[in-house]
Design a protein around this ligand. Structure first.
Ligand SMILES: *[C@@H]1O[C@H](CO)[C@@H](O)[C@H](O)[C@H]1NC(C)=O
Ligand SMILES: *[C@@H]1O[C@H](CO)[C@@H](O)[C@H](O)[C@H]1NC(C)=O
Length: 342
């Protein structure tokens, strides 16, 4: 539950801390990736994308807040793009089906999409990203634990019943509540994914060849959700707001044990072919208008309440969709994951 996350935050930092939490509706599901595979149509695997409508197979390092004309996010000023791999169900007969998403707890009438958090430990303690900035979190090729325990940067919460039952405590901070790999038994209320991004920046490069090296964790290593008061290393001295993404997968239609593998293993797979879930990853292209994110971080904004920002209704946000570029069936029963024949 995010309120408990906030309590954790108030316990560790001074008064002017900020934490935005807001929904962004699905803008498109498509097999393009302007960060890892710029210009490639189709790219290697399917993603679900939210945010501004400047999203495309390649995106300029200019200010995309000036290119986008709408956003699927709750705050009018956020034209950033956020995307992750999709989750698919592999039935016992070998067919795949994309797992639909549902809107997260206490978000409002969004259309699926992603819940986005930005956290800063206090006013003037973090520096907002610059236009053109982008980064990646996670390792798509990972198939085993990163060994970070209570500081894991990617995790899954198995909801034990409808209405987000089991949504207690902050995400990714307790290996008993959140697993780094896919849950191994059916989750009656669906599965929530979390991806946390690094906190420190080299202050110079808007990107790097692997989309990770221009950012870094604090000197003490990766930090949990809302734990943002660590010291940045000399190589990456600029403290960024912490980005954390949540996605809720509505697995409820796929919980029949007779459709699960006969050997008792779990049936979910990330769109890049990862059956373990350890390879979960997130992509970010910054696109806040002018200095609006800095203003939000420096003025104690809290959850979806921020005097420095304006908001739109989800009825409006849900209209901001991006046309898919790759024409393929990403929805019905499929003989293989899209792109896995390449
Ligand atoms: C995406 O890029 C293609 C090729 O560069 C271009 O034709 C198209 O207009 C772009 N779409 C958007 C929404 O910017
Ligand atoms: C595979 O199993 C699913 C779930 O039972 C079913 O809906 C689908 O039609 C089956 N596909 C094939 C090709 O038999």
């Amino acid at each position: 539950m995010f309120f408990l996350g906030l309590l954790a935050l108030t316990g560790t930092a001074e008064a002017a801390q900020a934490m935005l939490r807001f929904g962004c509706s699905q803008a498109v599901i498509d097999r393009i990736d302007p960060l890892v595979d710029p210009g490639k149509v189709p790219s290697s695997h399917v993603h679900q994308i939210v945010g501004g409508n400047a999203f495309n197979a390649s995106m300029p390092h200019t200010d995309i807040a000036k290119e986008a004309t709408c956003t699927s996010c709750f705050f009018d000023q956020d034209f950033s793009n956020y995307w992750t791999a999709n989750v698919y169900f592999k039935a016992r007969n070998g067919s795949y089906h994309r797992v639909p998403q549902m809107v997260n707890d206490a978000i409002g009438a969004a259309n699926g999409g992603i819940t986005v958090y930005y956290t800063a430990s206090g006013a003037k303690e973090s520096t907002a990203f610059k236009p053109g900035f982008r980064m990646f979190s996670g390792d798509a090729s990972r198939r085993k634990s990163a060994g970070l325990g209570k500081n894991m940067q990617s995790c899954y919460r198995c909801y034990t019943g409808p209405n987000f039952k089991g949504n207690n405590m902050s995400p990714c901070m307790d290996p008993k509540l959140d697993t780094e790999g896919f849950p191994t038994t059916p989750c009656p209320g669906g599965i929530r994914s979390s991806v946390i991004f690094p906190l420190c920046w080299d202050g110079k490069n808007l990107d790097s060849p692997n989309h990770i090296d221009h950012v870094s964790h604090p000197v003490t290593g990766p930090t949990s959700f809302t734990v943002v008061n660590g010291k940045c290393p000399d190589t990456h001295p600029v403290k960024l707001p912490q980005i954390h993404l949540e996605i809720v997968w509505d697995t409820t239609k796929f919980n029949k044990k007779e459709d699960w593998p006969a050997d008792g293993s779990q049936p979910f797979v990330l769109s890049h072919g990862d059956t373990t879930g350890y390879g979960q990853h997130g992509d970010y292209v910054f696109g806040w208008k002018d200095d609006s994110l800095q203003q939000a971080m420096d003025n104690g904004c809290y959850a979806a309440s921020c005097k420095k920002l304006t908001t739109q209704s989800f009825a409006n946000a849900n209209k901001c969709v991006v046309k898919s570029v790759v024409k393929e069936n990403t929805d019905g029963w499929l003989p293989m994951l899209p792109g896995m024949d390449m």
